[in-house]
Design a protein around this ligand. Structure first.
Ligand SMILES: [Mg+2]
Length: 192
């Protein structure tokens, strides 16, 4: 882990405490309980898709205002930044929401503006495009970078890009997909 040069983080539930009550968001948007919101939205006719996108943007901006740092997240980002390592964000959220969240946590200065990728800058995870974009920009090989996240999509995106993967979650739910597993960012900081 100490040899890694690039660190790519999921935001919601990884650097922040989980704010998104996805069942409630699905109900508010009228998305079926089992559906992936972005996939469902992408398949709608134009007018409906644009209306739902505007509604989802509003929900995310509302949630961003009440965000809290996950345990150890700020210390971890500050430590990695202090070592001169490359840091990026890959989120299914909006870039503007991600930037305002990072500012709220007090770590926005640790990230180059173009290294914060939202769902409009790259195909949403589990697609690896966002990781590939960052690796190209950073001129790193996949094995020199890690994708850190709390959900299967984060790990699948990392695997698909050929990067290392780290699950941040109380339970190791996807051991086959995670090179490392830690309970939270505080434990991750102790290891890296
Ligand atoms: Mg997450």
């Amino acid at each position: 882990m100490r040899e890694l040069q690039g660190w790519i983080f999921d935001l919601d539930g990884t650097l922040t405490l989980t704010q998104h009550d996805f069942p409630a968001i699905r109900r508010e948007l009228g998305v079926p309980a089992e559906a992936d919101i972005l996939t469902y939205m992408a398949a709608l006719p134009d007018s409906e898709r644009l209306a739902m996108k505007a509604q989802l943007d509003q929900i995310e901006l509302r949630l961003a205002a009440g965000v809290q740092a996950a345990p150890g997240a700020v210390e971890l980002i500050r430590s990695l930044h202090g070592r001169g390592l490359r840091l990026g964000i890959l989120t299914r959220n909006l870039q503007a929401v991600a930037q305002s969240t990072l500012a709220h946590l007090g770590v926005l200065d640790c990230f180059a503006a173009e290294d914060v990728l939202g769902r409009e800058e790259a195909a949403p995870k589990p697609h690896p495009e966002g990781i590939q974009l960052l690796l190209k920009r950073w001129r790193l090989l996949p094995a020199q970078a890690v994708m850190v996240g709390d959900f299967r999509f984060d790990l699948e995106a990392g695997r698909a890009a050929g990067a290392r993967t780290c699950l941040v979650h109380a339970d190791n739910q996807w051991p086959a997909l995670a090179d490392w597993h830690v309970a939270d960012c505080r434990h991750l900081l102790a290891q890296c």
